[in-house]
Design a protein around this ligand. Structure first.
Ligand code: SIN
Length: 544
């Protein structure tokens, strides 16, 4: 089966949806949005709790730029950070507030309510209770579904990008710059693989958290987009910078449910299990609201040094019970279901993999190094986040870059449809053996354990070397498994995870300097001056 469309958008989170919305302004243009999920709202965006950075009452562009650059530990690209700070908040206002009427929380006088999160010097984060991403995603998808020129299809997994050099039957195509013409996509219900051809493809597949044993990310965050782009020859940068969220629920079966940074923004304090407040010792100037990398490592350090299974986040003594229930209804209910009443007692928390600061290199318009391929949102690396992302800038970046990519594609006349006859149908490696669920689960666990133990919050040469050896072996095993088995969504995900884990580890291996979210115990770390000044060197070993 071969289908042609004007623009293919892979992923229906905030970045993909924002791109599609912008492109759909021209009613002659056909936009196809696909998502592997069955529910179009299922994406990383849906799980973003805290909010979206905008422009608060005591705020200005320069202040937000400074905060982004400070969190980014010297690696954020200043002009790109400025672009986000200048253009992002007006898009929030125009698209999310005025056009889509996202019900952001307001104060009694009707004005918008802004909160603070780690690394922000002022209150500027808009929120919808503690389920901001879900509210934004619902509004975006509802609008997309109303548009006659947008086809939004669920249960469709992208298998591989189609490029001239890799797939064209014209032998000489290999001598031209790599051009993306769409993707081979698997219809999960029927098992059929389709050629979905488009002169412009927008990769908006989200993050990679599932490569770690503990993550705040949903099951779809497997690195599919990153792995596809890498195989197609796109430039991938900053892959060692995986951000760990400091506070996820430490409770059996809670699946590292996120405890939003806005809990600390509203006064929550981190304590050791014996009640000692510790963040001032690690980051005197910021305390509990230090940038995420610093807080995550401080917790990690406390847990290792004192053998704590977790630390505590106390909100009960800072906010009264009705206020907690109103401001954090999802967190309140989820913790209550786990037997923890957060209006009465502190929350046990541990860090977990949360956000990928690296990705497919994309410029200010979302263009990648492949012709016709755009990358937006978490799968991309625009340079905004540098070595560590400032809280609540991910939705903002996805929204702005989605719109900018849509605008750029709309303005181009040089991207032409490929002749469908030059692109062969998908050739299945095997139509026989069904993927054995035991092997799928075991291999997935193996990747997650390697990444958690050896490529986690604290890295060193020995662990990274071990990880590379084990991942090389796993890649061989998994690639063989892939080639000998009938294609399905889980198999595609497993292969993406193996490749993504290797990309992250290889980047971590080559970067011998600690910076931001990439902390190497065997390197000098200028960014951790406050750690070293107050606490002495970090421990040399992690025991799990
Ligand atoms: C949170 O609410 O803490 C997560 C928000 C983000 O990742 O920026």
């Amino acid at each position: 089966m071969c289908t042609e469309t004007d623009v293919l958008v892979i992923g229906s989170g905030i970045a993909g949806a924002a791109a599609a919305l912008r492109l759909a302004r021209d009613r002659q243009r056909a936009i196809t949005v696909i998502t592997r999920a069955w529910d179009p709202e299922e994406s990383n965006t849906r799980y973003a709790q805290g909010g979206i950075a905008a422009r608060g009452p005591d705020d200005d562009v320069d202040l937000l730029v400074e905060d982004i650059l400070a969190a980014g530990a010297g690696l954020s690209l200043p002009p790109v950070a400025r672009l986000l700070a200048e253009e992002g908040p007006p898009v929030v206002e125009r698209l999310l507030i005025d056009e889509l009427a996202v019900p952001f929380d307001r104060r009694d006088d009707g004005t918008l309510s802004y909160t603070r999160e780690g690394g922000h010097t002022v209150s500027r984060v808009l929120h919808v209770g503690d389920a901001t991403g879900a509210a934004v995603e619902t509004a975006l998808i509802r609008r997309l579904q109303e548009l006659p020129n947008v086809t939004l299809t669920t249960g469709v997994t992208a298998v591989d990008l189609i490029t001239s050099s890799h797939h064209s039957q014209d032998l000489h195509a290999i001598y031209s710059p790599i051009t993306c013409h769409g993707a081979y996509v698997l219809h999960r219900q029927t098992g059929e693989v389709q050629r979905l051809l488009a002169p412009a493809t927008v990769l908006a597949t989200g993050g990679i958290g599932q490569i770690y044993r503990h993550t705040s990310n949903p099951p779809g965050a497997r690195g599919d987009g990153l792995a596809m782009a890498y195989r197609a020859g796109a430039r991938v940068i900053n892959a060692e910078f995986v951000q760990f969220h400091p506070t996820t629920l430490a409770f059996p079966g809670a699946d590292n449910f996120l405890i939003s940074e806005t809990v600390r923004g509203e006064g929550g304090r981190l304590l050791t299990p014996d009640g000692r407040h510790f963040m001032d010792a690690y980051a005197p100037q910021w305390g509990d609201l230090a940038p995420r990398d610093v807080v995550a490592r401080a917790i990690h350090h406390e847990m290792l040094t004192h053998r704590y299974p977790h630390v505590l986040l106390d909100l009960a003594s800072q906010m009264d019970a009705p206020q907690i229930r109103e401001r954090f209804p999802t967190i309140y209910q989820t913790c209550l279901d786990a037997g923890i009443d957060i209006t009465q007692e502190p929350i046990p928390v541990v860090p977990a993999a949360h956000y990928f600061c690296g990705g497919v290199h994309a410029d200010a318009a979302g263009r990648t190094t492949l012709r016709g391929l755009y990358a937006v949102g978490e799968v991309s690396c625009t340079g905004v986040h540098g070595a560590n992302r400032l809280a609540s800038t991910s939705l903002l970046e996805g929204l702005l870059w989605g719109q900018r990519a849509g605008h750029d594609i709309a303005s181009r006349s040089d991207l032409r449809p490929v002749d469908p006859d030059t692109i062969p149908p998908w050739a299945p490696a095997s139509i026989h053996g069904v993927a054995d669920p035991v092997l799928l689960t075991r291999d997935k666990r193996a990747i997650q354990n390697v990444m958690w133990l050896y490529v986690g919050l604290a890295r060193n040469t020995h662990r990274l070397a071990r990880a590379l050896t084990e991942l090389d072996h796993l890649w061989g095993v998994i690639d063989n498994f892939y080639r000998a088995t009938r294609l399905d969504d889980n198999l595609i995900g497993l292969r993406s995870m193996a490749q993504t884990a290797w990309i992250v580890t290889n980047a971590a291996w080559h970067n011998r300097q600690s910076r931001g979210a990439h902390y190497r115990q065997d390197a000098e770390a200028e960014h951790f001056a406050s750690f070293h000044d107050t606490e002495g060197p970090l421990p040399n070993s992690v025991s799990e």
